[in-house]
Design a protein. Structure first.
Length: 284
């Protein structure tokens, strides 16, 4: 939710984007919102203490894994998967440290013009014949031309702000690097003990798949564009980037998730050994 909600006849009508707010203010259709950064952060459900405690807990978990590796104790596949999520959490908290958490109520902006309607000044697209899966996909990707719930909320990954080509490239590269890093952490269990050889092969194949799929898809699309002189918006490129690659990634993630729990059925004895922290601290 959140954002600036345009009310028409006391009814929520449209979530305004930054350029739309400026356009309507200049046209005299709405009053300039008077909101401060302090009021925005006051809506947040989290603060530095809650975020710091979460990061402290993740740090403690990572320290335990490092200590187990130093003492040559077995680490389970479930712990490796948890480590991958912990690393992503670190990056997420670092990027969103100052972002208000779970803001539910938008800031109201009221339509005051009696001579025109919002459609006369800004573009308010209809939902159209989109399936729920398409709406979910567009909402996650953040495509600005696709309406989400009649624009009555701000998407999690808002794509309405026009970015420079260089900025967009940086965001895509960062996304690919995070996806590859997430998969690369799973590759740490390459030589771990598995209940069966088939489990080990499945783990290795899935870990390689989620590590290399983002870059492989980009490489294949680049080759297709060079050979056929097609643009990135061609159907074949959309098929590769929006269907084939995500399906391979999802299947790999699902297999890893299942193996994290099925491998718990037959753990080596060292996996049950706890780290004796008292032996690592100075004491009398």
């Amino acid at each position: 939710m959140g954002g600036f909600m345009l009310y028409v006849d006391k009814t929520p009508y449209h979530t305004l984007q930054p350029d739309e707010v400026l356009k309507l203010i200049r046209a005299g259709c709405i009053d300039a919102p008077t909101i401060t950064a302090k009021r925005i952060h006051d809506k947040s459900k989290g603060n530095a203490i809650s975020k710091g405690l979460v990061m402290l807990q993740m740090t403690w978990f990572i320290m335990q894994l490092i200590t187990r590796a130093i003492y040559h104790l077995e680490t389970t596949q479930l712990e490796v998967g948890t480590l991958a999520f912990a690393v992503l959490n670190f990056l997420t908290y670092a990027a969103w440290w100052n972002k208000p958490l779970d803001v539910q109520c938008p800031y109201p902006v009221y339509w005051k013009s009696a001579e025109s309607r919002p459609e006369d000044h800004i573009n308010i697209p209809e939902m159209g014949a989109l399936t729920w899966f398409q709406n979910l996909l567009y909402d996650l990707v953040g495509i600005s031309d696709i309406p989400t719930s009649r624009k009555l909320r701000v998407p999690t990954f808002d794509g309405s702000i026009e970015l420079k080509d260089s900025d967009g490239s940086v965001l895509w590269i960062a996304a690919f690097l995070m996806a590859s890093m997430f998969g690369g952490i799973h590759c740490m269990a390459w030589f771990f003990a598995f209940p069966t050889y088939q489990d080990q092969v499945l783990w290795r194949m899935s870990a390689v798949a989620i590590t290399c799929t983002p870059w492989s898809g980009l490489y294949v699309v680049s080759i297709v564009m060079m050979v056929s002189h097609a643009s990135i918006t061609e159907p074949i490129n959309g098929l590769i980037m929006l269907i084939i690659c995500p399906m391979v990634y999802i299947i790999g993630r699902a297999v890893l998730l299942v193996l994290m729990f099925t491998t718990l059925r037959n753990l080596p004895p060292d996996a049950y050994t706890a780290v004796l922290w008292t032996s690592l601290m100075p004491h009398l």
